[in-house]
Ligand binder design. Structure first.
Ligand code: FE2
Length: 181
């Protein structure tokens, strides 16, 4: 499974710290072992169940969020330097793990993916933290998973968590509801 995770996520190589890269990888391995979804499913299912007839796949969206978060982090470092410090490894790991809990949210009924009972009780920010902590992922990364979605509006976000939150929502909201003229 570890090689399949590395194939799904070439961006893991961007994490410089060996320990954090391994724990981030391991969290995805664990999620896939416990999920009804296969690595291949992730390349095919739509990235959200909230938008009908969506063609963008789960992996395309998740990887886009990681790329946008990384580029944003680089620009913030370049323009604000020590006035707004951020940790690129934490940012990238958090972006890769933000939606890992979604793998436990789904069930497949008659060939169709839908939210299962576990996912109704524990949305992916919660199940994601649970999986990541099991793999020893540190608190500053779990914080990003916990606060990336709407639930996180009640939390004081770190700089890295703000970036992942906005990278995620800027690539979700226009698909869901945008001004078209
Ligand atoms: Fe999410």
């Amino acid at each position: 499974m570890i090689n399949e995770v590395k194939k799904l996520w070439p961006e893991l190589e961007w994490i410089k710290d060996d320990d954090l890269r391994n724990k981030t990888t391991q969290t995805w391995v664990l999620a896939l072992e416990r999920s009804v979804l296969s690595p291949e499913d992730l390349q095919n299912i739509p990235f959200t169940l909230l938008i009908p007839d969506l063609k963008i796949s789960f992996m395309t969206h998740k990887r886009a969020v990681v790329h946008i978060a990384r580029e944003s982090g680089k620009k913030i470092n370049e323009f604000f330097k020590n006035d707004l410090p951020l940790n690129m490894d934490v940012l990238i790991s958090g972006a890769i793990l933000a939606d890992v809990g979604k793998l436990l949210e789904y069930e497949i009924v008659e060939g169709k993916t839908r939210q299962g009972n576990y996912g109704k009780y524990l949305r992916h920010p919660f199940s994601g933290v649970s999986l990541a902590e099991e793999c020893g992922v540190p608190a500053e990364v779990c914080h990003i998973i916990a606060s990336h979605a709407n639930e996180g509006d009640l939390v004081k976000r770190s700089t890295e968590a703000y970036i992942v939150h906005h990278a995620d929502f800027m690539t979700f909201l226009p698909f869901k509801n945008r001004l078209e003229v």
